[in-house]
Design a protein around this ligand. Structure first.
Ligand code: ZN
Length: 158
């Protein structure tokens, strides 16, 4: 599966988790992690979708970005920019603000993200084999021994 195919699969299968106004161009940069982490992304989407469904909050939270930063998986989930509700029978657009206390679904999604990120920290972003955080010249990546060796060769060749 190519990266584009993976992104297309996520976009279609988990459409509830993404802002429907995302353009094709938005989608080019929405998920930019390597194939070793794709199964973790899929699992996150599956479980996040189930959690939102169980709590009646489908469409209230959108994944804004999935990327690697400093060798770590980052998943940015944000409240939907607004929701249409009715007040005394009149439709209103209410801008979402963080409630003072995390709601149960926020806690569940936060725990889920922490678990998935924790596992990504031990998983090679290239191939999915066991790995760890490695550093070369201030560049951070989470890779297995084999991909660390390949990376060292590539860096040395420059
Ligand atoms: Zn690897």
């Amino acid at each position: 599966m190519t990266h584009n195919e993976f992104v297309a699969h996520i976009r279609e299968r988990y459409s509830d988790l993404f802002d429907p106004t995302n353009s094709d161009q938005d989608w080019q940069y929405l998920i930019t992690v390597g194939p070793g982490w794709w199964p973790l992304i899929e699992e996150y989407c599956q479980r996040a979708e189930a959690s939102l469904r169980d709590n009646g909050e489908v469409g209230r939270w959108y994944i804004r970005q999935v990327k690697e930063k400093m060798g770590e998986l980052r998943i940015y989930l944000r409240p939907a920019p607004y929701e249409r509700i009715e007040i005394d029978g009149f439709p209103e657009i209410v801008h979402d603000i963080d409630p003072p206390q995390p709601t149960p679904v926020q806690e569940a999604l936060s725990d889920l993200r922490a678990e998935i990120v924790g596992r990504a920290n031990l998983t090679c972003e290239e191939c999915g084999e066991p790995g760890g955080l490695r550093v070369i010249d201030g560049w951070y990546r989470t890779v297995c021994d084999r991909h660390f060796a390949e990376w060292q060769v590539r860096k040395a060749g420059r």
